[in-house]
Design a protein around this ligand. Structure first.
Ligand code: PMP
Length: 366
């Protein structure tokens, strides 16, 4: 038994506002087919592994020194990638990087949210937005999407105008429902917002829609576009998230970030991974085609399928989503119960994994 086990959470002088909360907890289970956390199912190529290994070996000899606090070279590389993929000319001064986009979002709320401030999001959406709001003591203002999970941007702009939140989150494509928001619809929302608007584009590479990065020149004092290497880039284990914004936004985040937050190992590995962007992102078209195949097959089996341009599909309807989730698990397939009544979310895997999932879909209790 570990020392101190007789002390329970309830015994600790925890902040009152954190009592009774539940931590983020996607189950990490060792099952044959894992389609629950929206990762890229294709492992890095041997060439990429060799390049990451070489890059890490190069910095290993300098680990007695702190890393570049401002990750200048990495930010230049990210700017080059994002400029090429969006057609918007960005420099390293427009980019900021952290340990996953979760940390990016945390830094944004530390700087622009906090006690006495409010962040608003359109639910159902990414569950970490309210959790990070709670951690930074930012009041969370959940605003519902339409019953079909699409976003009524006109009504959203009205709500933003009425609530005057300090930060607005728009997830596009939205997790866990899959749809993205056209950039022209974002304009009204940004114009209505009195504070910062964070467009969370964690799944942007899977969508054919224009990135909100194209709006940065028009709204430099308001817009933040957050991205991640965890999904399309197949770098979830490397932990690298980033944002694009005006340089002044980066200056604001420097006030709250921990010094040396990005290790030399992370910076080197991420830069090596970025050098292989073309080959890694080659999987995106394959995954998008598989997503469409899975969605069609599910519809063919009589499920309701929510249209998606990400690498996952939300589907239903289940009398008891938890029981159906268990029924998949018994067949060696781990998908996600995202807490939406009657629905489950499946990440698009390799064709073989998707076949196992679809076979299980014919048998599960509904
Ligand atoms: N935003 C969204 C919408 C996500 O779905 C995720 C991961 N599930 C993240 C941000 C965070 O990803 P990471 O911290 O790995 O970059």
């Amino acid at each position: 038994k570990p020392i101190g086990e007789r002390v329970e959470l309830a015994d600790l002088p925890l902040r009152e506002d954190l009592r009774g909360r539940t931590p983020y907890g996607a189950p990490q289970l060792d099952v044959p087919v894992r389609l629950n956390t929206n990762e890229n199912p294709y492992p890095p190529t041997p060439e990429l592994v060799a390049d990451v290994t070489r890059a890490v070996a190069e910095v290993a000899g300098g680990l007695h020194r702190y890393p570049d606090r401002d990750a200048v070279a990495l930010r230049e590389d990210l700017a080059a990638y994002l400029s090429t993929s969006t057609g918007v000319p960005l420099t390293g001064r427009n980019l900021w990087a952290a340990n996953g986009s979760n940390e990016i979002i945390q830094q944004v709320l530390q700087a622009f949210g906090g006690p006495g401030r409010t962040a608003l999001g359109f639910e159902p959406s990414y569950s970490m937005h309210p959790i990070i709001a709670a951690g930074t003591r930012t009041e969370w203002a959940p605003t519902p999407r339409r019953a079909d999970f699409s976003l009524d941007t006109e009504k959203a702009a009205e709500t933003v105008d009425a609530r005057q939140p300090d930060v607005v989150f728009v997830t596009s494509p939205n997790n866990p429902t899959g749809q993205s928001i056209p950039t022209r619809d974002l304009r009204g929302l940004i114009e209505a917002a009195p504070g910062m608007v964070v467009v969370d584009e964690a799944y942007a590479e899977f969508s054919s829609r224009q990135s909100a990065v194209s709006l940065l020149a028009d709204y430099p004092g308001k817009l933040i576009v957050s991205r991640t290497m965890s999904k399309a880039f197949a770098f979830a284990g490397g932990r690298l998230g980033y944002l694009a914004a005006a340089p002044a936004v980066v200056d604001a985040l420097l006030l709250v970030r921990l010094p040396y937050h990005l290790s030399a190992l992370t910076q080197a590995a991420a830069r090596a991974s970025l050098r292989h962007a073309a080959e890694t992102l080659g999987s995106v078209a394959k995954l998008a085609a598989e997503r469409d195949r899975v969605a069609e097959a599910l519809a063919g089996l009589g499920f309701d399928v929510v249209p998606s341009d990400a690498n996952f599909v939300l589907f239903g309807w289940f009398e008891d989503a938890r029981a159906t989730w268990r029924s998949y698990l018994e067949r060696g397939v781990l998908i996600r119960d995202v807490g939406i009544a009657g629905h489950l979310r499946v990440t698009v895997g390799t064709p073989e994994e998707n076949d196992v999932f679809l076979a299980a879909s014919k048998e599960v209790d509904r």
